[in-house]
Ligand binder design. Sequence first.
Ligand code: F6P
Length: 752
Amino acid sequence: MTEALTFLRRATARHGPWIHKILGGALMLLALGLLSLGAHRVLAATTRRWFERDVELRANLAVTSARRGLQRHWTSQDATLLATLEDITRDERILGAAACTVDGERLAATEQFPQPLSCGALAERLRTSTGEGGDRWSATMDLHRGTIHLYAVAISPGGFVVLAHDLSFLARREQTTGRMALAAFVLLALAASLLTTIASRLAWLGWNSQLRLALVGPTPREFEPLVRDLRALVGDLARDRVGVEDSATVWSPERLREVLRTHLEGERVILVANREPYIHEHTPEGVRVLHPASGLVTALEPVLRACSGVWIANGSGSADRETSDPQGRIRVPPGEESFSLRRLWLSAEEETGFYYGLSNEGLWPLCHAADTRPQFRQEDWVQYVAVNQKFADAVCSEIEREDAIVLVQDYHFALCPKMIRARLPRATILTFWHIPWPSAERFGIAPWREEILDGLLGSSIMGFHTRQHCNNFVDSVDAFLEARIDRESSAVVQRGQRTLVRPYPISIEWPVHRLDGVPAAPLCRRQVFEELGLAQGSLLGVGIDRLDYTKGIEERLSAVDQLLERHPEFRGRFTFAQLAAPSRTRIERYRALNDRIEDLVQSINDRWERSGWRPIVLLRRHHEPPEVFRYLRAADLCYVSSLHDGMNLVAKEFVAARDDERGVLVLSQFTGASRELTEALIVNPYDLPQASAALARALVMPVVEQRDRLRSMRALVADRNVYRWAGRMLVEAAQLQKRGRLLGRLSEAGGG
Ligand code: F6P
C-alpha cells in the first residue's frame, strides 16, 4: 500500500503536467458531450411539437374539406361514409380514419385505422379533454406499430371523426438528427481541442520568443530585474553543462580562475582552517617561513593562490604576530602575495581545549579506525564551542556580500557552519571534512553528537573524500537527528535548510610548483644516497608522514623487518628512510607513539645491522617540500601504510614526483587514495606477510612494469588534480548561490 502510494506520488510528481493536460482534455470532452446531448434533447422536443402542430393543421384541413360529405352520409350508414373516410386518408401521412358516435359506437373505419383504438375510449377522451363546448382533441401515443398522432373533431349531429397520423417517421428523423448532432459535436470538440492546442502552442512560442527577446533584446522595465537574473541563470546553466565534468579539458590555476570569474563574478573565497599555509618561526638563523606537513594545506594552498581571497587560520608560529599587521593579516605567499592570511590568536586555554583536546583527542580518534579510544572532556567542548564562534565571527567580519561563499575546512570547525548561517542566512557554506567519517554506531559515542551534526548541517554542501564517508554521515544524521534524508539526491533537509552531501576526492596541484628547482631523479638519488651513506647499487624505500598513530608507521617498519627475514637477498642492500614530522607532541599518545617507533627502529636495526649498513633510517623532524620531493624522486619504492586515512596526498605526491616513470607505490587499502591509484601495489598494512611480499615485489619489478603503472597513475592525478576538485565544489556552490538569489528575487517580486 505504502509502495503504491509512493509510486503514485512519484508518478504524479514526475508526470504531473501531462496528467493534468490529459485530465483537462477528458473533462472538456465530457462537458462537450453532455452539452451536445442536452441540446439534442431540446431540439428533438421542439421539432416534435412543430410536427404535431403541423399534423393537427393538416388533419383539420382534411376534415374541414370533407365535412359536408361526412355530414351528408353520417346517418345513411352506408358505404359512402366509409368512402368519404377513405378519401381523407389519401394523404400518405394519414394512417386511417374512423367515424364514431358520442356514445362510442363505431360507424365506419378505414382498414388501416389502428384496431386497439375503440370509439368508446376515444369518445370519453373527447368529452373529458375538451370540456363543455369543445369540439376537438388531439394526442400522441405509442402503439405497437409505432407512434401515432390522433386528431378527433366533432361532426354534428352526435358524432366525431378521428384521424390517425403515422408519426414513426418522426422517431426515425429524431434518431438521424441525434446521430448527426452527436457527430457534429464530436467534430466540433475535436476542432476545438485542435484549435486550443495550436493556439496554446502559438502562445507558448510567442511567450518563448518574448522571453528570448526579453533575454537578448530590450525588456519591459517592470521585468528588468527578473530578466536580468534569468539571463544570468540561463547563461550559467548553459555554461555548467559544458565544463566541470568534462575530462577532455585540463584543469589549471587559469581554468579555476576562469570558473571563479564566470560563476562567481570573481568573488573572493573565504576559507576557514585551523592550520595556516605559512608559519613564521624564530630559528637561530632568524625568522623562517615553514610549510606545514598537512594534506589540507597541500591541497588548498594552490587553490587560494589561484582564486585569491582570505585564509583564516590559527596563528601558531613563534614569529607569526610580529610578521602580521595588528589585525593578524599578512599577504602570502612570501614574494608572490596573491591572497590574504588572517591569523587569529588562541589563548593557551583555547588551544588546549579546542586543538589538543576536543579536535585531536576526541574527534580525530573518533573518526579514524586505528584502535585509539577518543577522550571527551566537558572543558574541551566549552573551548571548542568558543573557538568555533571566534572563527565564525572572523568570517562574518571578512565578508563583502551577504551571500558570500565560505569554505569551512575539517573537523576543527564542525559548529562553524551553523554559527555562520545564523548571521549570514544567504551565505553558501561549503564544508569539507578531510578525515574519514565513521559509521553511525561509532559516531554515536560522541557526547555532543547532535550538536556536531546540527552544526555541520548549517552547510550548503558537505564534502567528503569518498562515497562511503558520505553514506556514514547521512546514516549518522538519520540515527541522531530529526531531519529528512533525501537519499536520491544525497541531501539532508533540516528546518528548511538543505545540505547536499557529496564525495569530492581531494588531490594535489598539477604540475606541482614545489617541484620547480628540485633536481631530476638521478641527481636526487645521488644526493640522498650520499646523505644516507648508501653504497652504490643499494635499494631505497621511503615513508613520509606526520608522526601519527593513524599512519601505520609501526606496521610499516615491521613489514620491512619481515621483508628482511623472508628475503635474505635484500639484507645489506635495502634501506628504508622514514621521514617523520613530529606532530601534536603535547598529547601523551603521540609522545608514546614517538617512543615506540624509536624503540622499534632500534630493535630492527639491531637485528639486521651489519658493517655500516642499517635497514632503517628515521629522520624525525620537519622536512620542507623540496626535501620531501627529493626523497620521493630518489626512492625505489614509497610505502604508504595508513591504518585509516581520508585520502593521503603523499601517495599522489610520489606519483607526481616521478616524471622519470620509475619507482613503485605500495599503498594501504585503507586510504581514500587506494580507490583512485589502483595501479599501486595495494596492501593490508596489518597483514605483514602480504605487505612484505609487496615490498619484495616492488624491489624487483621490471622497469617496463614500473613505467606502465606510473604512466597510468600520473595521467589520473594530472586529470583529477586539485583545481578540478575545487572547481567542482565551487561551481556547485555557485549554482546554489545563484538559485538562492533567483528565488529571493522571485519571492520579492511575488510580494514575499
Ligand atoms: O590531511 C589533513 C589533515 O589530517 C588535517 O585534517 C590536519 O589539519 C592536518 O592534516 C595535519 O594535522 P595538524 O594540523 O594537527 O598538524
